[in-house]
Design a protein around this ligand. Structure first.
Ligand code: ZN
Length: 138
């Protein structure tokens, strides 16, 4: 899989904030866990301390299909960091559950990406402690 990462570079990795732990724990098992309100069922991403719809603090995690559509994207022609090999594409995916997630597209020529393109999550272990969700065309 061409992930856009240089073999000799060390790409930056996200910080595992406590409010995201259900998300990170799911990724370790190659599951895409999205925060869900235990009261009204609203999905929320990025995770929030309270439900944006009903304002309760009753939060749960649900493994979703990982399917969605490209909402928007940008292709970097120059690398902003030595750990990333340009060109690479950052994508905003709208999951079937209605939440949007920033990630990267893999295994596709950036010229072939289109708004509304059906995509599915794939998982990449980037360090001993970190798995990231990436997206590929389906
Ligand atoms: Zn709610």
């Amino acid at each position: 899989m061409d992930t856009g990462l240089e073999n000799n570079g060390q790409p930056p990795v996200p910080t595992k904030y406590l409010d995201y732990m259900g998300f990170w724990e799911g990724l370790d098992e190659e599951k895409l866990n999205i925060q869900k309100c235990g009261s009204c069922g609203t999905f929320c991403h990025p995770p929030q301390p309270i439900c944006p719809d009903c304002r309760t603090i009753d939060r749960t995690w649900e493994a979703v299909s990982g399917k969605g559509r490209v909402y928007s994207w940008v292709t970097y022609q120059d690398s902003p960091h030595p750990g990333f090999k340009a060109p690479f594409t950052v994508v905003l995916v709208e999951l079937d559950e209605g939440v949007r997630m920033v990630s990267r597209m893999v295994d596709i020529n950036p010229d072939d990406i289109e708004t509304g393109m059906a995509v599915r999550v794939t998982f990449q272990k980037v360090t001993d402690e970190m798995v990231l969700p990436l997206f590929k065309k389906i």
